[in-house]
Design a protein around this ligand. Structure first.
Ligand SMILES: [Zn+2]
Length: 169
């Protein structure tokens, strides 16, 4: 089911999401809704808080060579911890909660995370490229952080102005 996405500057996006302790049908439904919503809005990643569920769950699906986001290719990351990171890369990011705005953000080039899947099974993942960027962006969401917070003061001001203007239209 496609659910409404919370938009900046909704205060709920600023809160730290809670650890998931129950791996039941409801969690499965939430994860399915996250994927449906993300694909509909043409995103590559989404955090549960963005559809109003403040729990530590992330769904990522990098489009394949045909530009498709098949359900079987999705990666579900629950209660993640980053245990290693290296390098640095400037990446032009966007966010489903801040549509039609992109700006460069400095990120780690490679990350490794430990997490659990929807069944509560322990997993780990090493990532680079877009997947590594998406993981960092989405983990930030779990901690109530949005990518615009990385912008310089000048760029942030420019963004706020453009954002207000675009909301009025
Ligand atoms: Zn985002």
């Amino acid at each position: 089911m496609i659910r409404p996405v919370l938009l900046y500057p909704d205060k709920r996006l600023r809160k730290r999401s809670a650890e998931i302790t129950r791996f039941d049908e409801k969690l499965g439904e939430l994860l399915d809704d996250m994927h449906d919503t993300m694909v509909e809005k043409k995103g590559v990643g989404i955090a549960a808080v963005q559809i109003g569920a403040p729990v530590r769950a992330i769904t990522i699906n990098i489009p394949d060579e045909n530009g498709e986001q098949l359900r079987e290719n999705r990666i579900e990351i629950i209660n993640p911890t980053m245990f290693s990171c290296s390098g640095g890369v400037l990446w032009s990011e966007g966010c489903l909660s801040i549509p039609e705005f992109n700006e460069d953000v400095m990120r780690f080039e490679k990350v490794a995370i430990a997490f659990v899947d929807r069944n509560g099974e322990e997993r780990s993942l090493e990532a680079q490229g877009l997947l590594a960027i998406a993981i960092q962006h989405e983990i930030d969401h779990l901690n109530g952080k949005l990518f615009v917070e990385y912008l310089s003061l000048l760029k942030r001001k420019k963004f706020e102005k453009e954002w207000k203007k675009s909301r009025k239209n």
